[in-house]
Design a protein around this ligand. Structure first.
Ligand SMILES: *Cc1c(COP(=O)(O)O)cnc(C)c1O
Length: 338
């Protein structure tokens, strides 16, 4: 094994072991670790025809004292259960999800990067319809799978603010699937993100599709805003994916930093009033946003394009401090893998 942890990006690197369990005849089998990275499916598998698939994303990493841990994996297990139910897929039991995480990380422990590198072992649990489906209906058989791939630190050379644009495309319909982690939500975002990149933007800000007046989220991260009087405001909508990072940041803001937190609908027209803006998700924890481009108009946050805003920075440092074991964590947030 020859990995330069510091130069790792966010790409797939095959690791020796993955966890697999199949759902057949109405029940999950015992599941096991395997070295076989290939999935062999019928050409008519439900996932290939009608995109019946859901996934999760979390990280295993080393703490300063050498422990290997994951961050709130129980919330990933619960969210995957919610996602599965919405797509008429069987739920992979939450206890078994945690077991699969522990087993896969332990089996690939040589690929958990050293603490100092800032790199981590990204975990991708996912589930898909594996049996043949041609008339539109849910598959009868499914596979749950979990693989691990080492990824580099998200911010190399400092946290730099990004520029995003208000998208003309919508991400999720009202009463649709925006609140679950389904591959289909990403398939339809590919065109919008390629177009954003071609036009020099880092991300898309999606509006609520019904009225196009409220802020929802980006393709893969929730928003947090900081008001000029240091409140944390985060958009509320039934079609936003409930980010575990965002929920953790709101807790940290309130309980560790003593900030007021508001979870409420946020109008696009009030965004220019905020002092700071950030995108939150597992990959970056928080990416500060310096500028939002909206059809010829620019919203430039006072925090600027050089550094993260002061509160954003504090939130980032506190949550990553908790994750790294440098700041005491709330009960149940850190799961050690033995
Ligand atoms: C995964 C995801 C997020 C971030 O969720 P975390 O649990 O914080 O990683 C945000 N938005 C969308 C659409 C996502 O798929």
């Amino acid at each position: 094994m020859d990995i330069n942890w510091k130069n790792l990006g966010f790409g797939y690197i095959k690791t020796p072991y993955r966890y697999v369990s199949d759902f057949k005849d109405g029940k999950w089998d015992d599941g096991k670790l395997t070295q076989d990275d290939k999935v062999v499916l019928s050409e008519c598998a439900g996932v290939l025809q009608y995109s019946q698939s859901v996934f999760e994303g979390l990280k295993a990493y080393r703490t300063k004292d050498g422990k290997i841990v994951t961050f709130r994996p129980d919330l990933n297990a619960a969210r995957m259960a919610d996602s599965a139910k919405r797509l008429e897929m069987p739920v992979f039991p939450e206890e078994r999800f945690l077991e699969a995480v522990d087993m896969t990380v332990a089996a690939n422990k040589d690929y958990v990067p050293p603490f100092e590198s800032g790199a981590s072992l990204y975990l991708r649990p996912f589930m898909f319809g594996s049996s043949e489906v041609i008339g539109v209906k849910p598959a009868t058989n499914y596979q749950f799978r979990l693989f691990a791939t080492p990824v580099g630190p998200y911010f190399k050379g400092g946290i730099k603010p990004i520029t995003i644009r208000v998208s003309d495309f919508d991400r999720a319909a009202p009463r649709g699937t925006g609140h679950i982690k389904a591959g289909l939500n990403y398939a339809m975002s590919m065109h919008a993100i390629v177009d954003a990149h071609n036009n020099g933007f880092d991300e898309n800000l999606y509006l609520d599709p019904a009225t196009r007046t409220y802020v929802e989220e980006t393709g893969g991260a929730n928003f947090i805003f900081i008001t000029k009087d240091s409140k944390l405001v985060t958009p509320k909508s039934d079609s936003i994916l409930p980010s575990i990072t965002r929920r953790s940041l709101c807790y940290v803001a309130e309980k560790y930093l003593g900030l007021t937190v508001e979870h409420r609908p946020v109008k696009l027209e009030e965004v220019a009033e905020f002092a700071e803006c950030g995108l939150c998700g597992t990959a970056a924890v928080i990416s500060p946003v310096g500028k939002i481009y909206d059809h010829g108009k620019e919203i430039c946050f006072p925090s600027g394009m050089e550094n993260a805003g002061k509160i954003t920075r504090k939130l980032y440092d506190t949550l990553t401090g908790i994750q790294k074991g440098e700041i005491p964590a709330p009960d149940g947030w850190i799961r050690e893998i033995k």
